[in-house]
Design a protein around this ligand. Structure first.
Ligand code: MN
Length: 334
């Protein structure tokens, strides 16, 4: 697809001196793949570019060493005014850049290009390219490269493919389109390392991650009336597995949206004391982003996959989420 914003984005890149790229907090393959494919492309253009994350980045997301992503701890002290262009990829709102969902005020003269596929994107850029029909932001990046007629190297192709495989759940999710497979075919022809990506996303878990999944499975409950499954892990339970659990979220999808008689699944984890992280996965097409959005700042996502995070005492937070889910579950099909 040739986006109408494509030419303008190219002009902004050409006219910029120092470019900032980011991965969102709890980075996933699409966040890393989108930002890093742009990073290596901008490097080739000999642009002064930096890529940062206000959270840790798992090594499964990185395919080229040395890893260029700088982890920055305190977003409130970060100087955005050093840059004249910020390209925010796969990030529906600035609050999602930091683990604690801090709201941000960007310098007035910083040009911001938002490239994203979340329907709940707040369009906080000076230029916004948001296409919620795409399974991954990395797909949009691919189309931009095509419309700019630039070379897609093997490494760039690998990062784009990693994003697509991540956000499509390995091509399982319904938003995976014919266009997705056309792009994937092209990327593999360009040398994208599909096998390395699949191995890292599906066959590269620490043993502790599986033990953590065991805890989740033991704690999982089913609400048969409202047709959903849920689990809630308190900080005291989580901290025993914290070293492993950070990289385990994608794996739990399989449990959350697979139970007969349910429309969706909810995972609630107190990863930091007093903060509840909520992950929602739809099984039958019940729009879980509505539940996520109702939970406050930063809540949102897609019909089939959404999340939220908010400050709350543990039990109170769990009750709030279950109440919203019961209100909003339309308990239709199974
Ligand atoms: Mn994405």
């Amino acid at each position: 697809m040739n986006y109408k914003e494509s030419k303008k984005i190219w002009e902004l890149i050409e006219g910029s001196k120092k470019i900032l790229l980011t991965l969102h907090a709890s980075p996933d393959p699409d966040s890393a793949g989108s930002a890093l494919s742009l990073y290596y492309f901008l490097k080739k253009l000999r642009k002064d570019v930096e890529v940062i994350c206000f959270d840790n980045v798992h090594e499964n997301l990185i395919f080229i060493k040395p890893n260029p992503v700088k982890s920055v701890e305190d977003i409130s002290k970060f100087d955005f005014s050093k840059y004249d262009l910020y390209i925010a990829t796969d990030t529906q709102q600035p609050g999602l850049l930091s683990p604690l969902r801090l709201d941000l005020n960007f310098p007035k003269n910083l040009k911001i290009v938002v490239i994203d596929h979340h329907p709940t994107n707040l369009k906080f850029g000076t230029l916004n390219l948001v296409d919620s029909d795409r399974i991954a932001t990395a797909e949009i990046i691919y189309d931009l490269f095509k419309s700019w007629e630039v070379e897609i190297s093997k490494n760039i192709a690998t990062y784009i493919l990693s994003g697509i495989i991540g956000d499509s759940g390995g091509f399982r999710f319904p938003g995976t389109s014919a266009k997705t497979f056309e792009i994937v075919t092209e990327l593999i022809k360009l040398g994208a390392d599909k096998d390395a990506i699949m191995f890292r996303q599906y066959n590269n878990n620490d043993f502790g991650v599986l033990k953590y999944w065991g805890l989740i499975l033991r704690k999982m409950k089913i609400d048969r009336k409202h047709k959903f499954t849920y689990y809630a892990i308190s900080y005291e339970e989580y901290k025993k597995y914290a070293d492993y659990a950070a990289s385990s979220t994608s794996g739990t999808d399989v449990f959350m949206n697979s139970v007969v008689g349910t429309n969706f699944g909810i995972g609630m984890t107190e990863k930091k004391k007093g903060w509840l992280s909520v992950s929602l996965r739809s099984r039958t097409g019940t729009d879980v982003s509505k539940i996520a959005r109702s939970l406050g700042v930063g809540g949102g996502g897609h019909v089939f996959a959404a999340g939220a995070k908010f400050k709350t005492p543990f039990n109170e937070g769990v009750e709030k989420v279950l109440l919203r889910a019961r209100e909003m579950s339309n308990a239709k099909s199974s």
